[in-house]
Design a protein around this ligand. Structure first.
Ligand SMILES: [Zn+2]
Length: 185
């Protein structure tokens, strides 16, 4: 019989990385969590070298994600998609900013074509990016897919602010560790 449902889960260790009352007030704090999740995902062997998190602008954590593609046999399970989905379930609304609260996505690496597209539907107001797509390709060997030529401008046109290269070196170190490990997961 064909499957009629999909269940996506985050690794059990996620709870260790998130303090129940933790607040992430600025870009650095938000990206620190995203990169820390990516590093732990590699260390634990629970997925690829990517982490993401969603916050209110003031720093309340709404959802987190790590890459779970191999673990879950599901190409949807990129870190950003997992973060969108968990935040949407937590808030019980698919458009995260529909109540007027400004929503920030922090991603350890530049979103791929799929996650970039999904970002327009999830209702976000700012994107923080660690490593660049070139870093992902050269250090970890992933082809992130084609983005529109003016991918930054398309976000900005829709009122989504973009800040890049936040903790880029730390994010690249995780990609490099993964790339050098020879593992594929
Ligand atoms: Zn992606």
């Amino acid at each position: 019989m064909l499957h009629d449902q999909v269940l996506l889960t985050l690794p059990a260790w996620i709870a260790d990385e998130i303090g129940p009352d933790a607040v992430y007030p600025d870009d650095l704090a938000k990206m620190t969590l995203a990169v820390r999740l990516s590093a732990r995902n590699v260390r634990e062997g629970t997925g690829g070298p990517f982490g993401a998190a969603l916050f209110t602008e003031a720093g309340r954590l709404l959802g987190v994600g790590v890459n779970r593609v191999l673990a879950q046999t599901c190409s949807l399970a990129h870190a950003e998609m997992m973060a969108f989905a968990t935040a949407q379930q937590n808030l019980r609304q698919f458009r995260l900013n529909q109540t007027g609260e400004r929503i920030v996505l922090a991603s350890s690496s530049q979103p791929c074509a799929m996650c970039y597209g999904a970002s327009f539907w999830a209702g976000i107001d700012a994107v923080l990016i660690g490593a660049r797509a070139d870093d992902v390709q050269s250090l970890a060997g992933f082809d992130e897919g084609p983005l529109p030529a003016d991918w930054l401008g398309e976000w900005q046109k829709r009122g989504i602010a973009v800040r890049r290269d936040i903790l880029r070196e730390d994010a690249c170190a995780v990609l490099q560790t993964y790339g050098e490990s020879g593992h594929v997961y």
